[in-house]
Design a protein around this ligand. Structure first.
Ligand SMILES: Cc1cc2nc3c(=O)[nH]c(=O)nc-3n(C[C@H](O)[C@H](O)[C@H](O)COP(=O)(O)O)c2cc1C
Length: 182
């Protein structure tokens, strides 16, 4: 089997972000450009993003709408993005948004950055606090930054941060195709 491209092999989702590292405007623009070029059903491009830089007002408004457990680490990220999609009645909008975030994540890896996503959001709170249009649905928060010191995390998160990552074996995810993964 051929090795994975290094961008995928090196990607992982930490919680130990460097609490002083900042992203440049150019880096943020590159991340969004990667999302912009994602494929989507009918090229509808239903993804929308709100960008908060650590300690600015938008960052605080995204952070406060995360569960307290997630706030413990997400507040250290350099940026918090709210990733949302337009509610056009199209059933694949969330799928398309996921592809856009995946593109963004790979681009972040290319920039030496890390990403962790958060689905547990107060969506109503975000709509109100960020004054979002009624047809835009908040979907995930995306924390982006540089890797920091895992030992600065609370003990329970440190344990998770340093544990082995697991995946199902390849043979388990290819159904009805004996030999396809050999
Ligand atoms: C859509 C999505 C939602 C996620 N939500 C959370 C979350 O709410 N809290 C969290 O700590 N991690 C969250 N994660 C991170 C996953 O737990 C992580 O990607 C998974 O454990 C695999 O680890 P890896 O990304 O390092 O390969 C989320 C990831 C995705 C893709």
């Amino acid at each position: 089997m051929t090795d994975l491209t290094s961008l995928l092999a090196f990607r992982w989702s930490p919680r130990s972000f460097d609490p002083v590292a900042e992203l440049t405007r150019a880096e943020v623009a590159t991340l969004l450009e990667a999302a912009r070029w994602a494929p989507s059903v009918g090229n509808r491009q239903p993804w929308r993003f709100v960008v908060g830089h650590r300690d600015d007002e938008i960052f605080k408004r995204i952070l406060v709408n995360l569960p307290p457990d997630e706030q413990r680490w997400a507040g250290r990220a350099s940026i918090l993005l709210l990733a949302a999609h337009c509610q056009t009645g199209h059933p694949f909008a969330a799928y398309d948004l996921g592809q856009a975030v995946a593109h963004l994540t790979v681009q972040a890896t290319a920039l030496g950055l890390h990403v962790r996503q958060i689905t547990d959001l107060d969506r109503g709170g975000l709509v109100a606090d960020l004054d979002l249009p009624g047809d835009v649905r908040p979907y995930v928060a995306v924390a982006v930054g540089q890797l920091g010191d895992p030992f600065s995390l609370p003990a329970d998160l440190l344990a998770e941060e340093t544990s082995l990552r697991h995946r199902r074996p390849l043979a388990e995810l290819v159904m009805g195709c004996a030999g396809a993964t050999a």
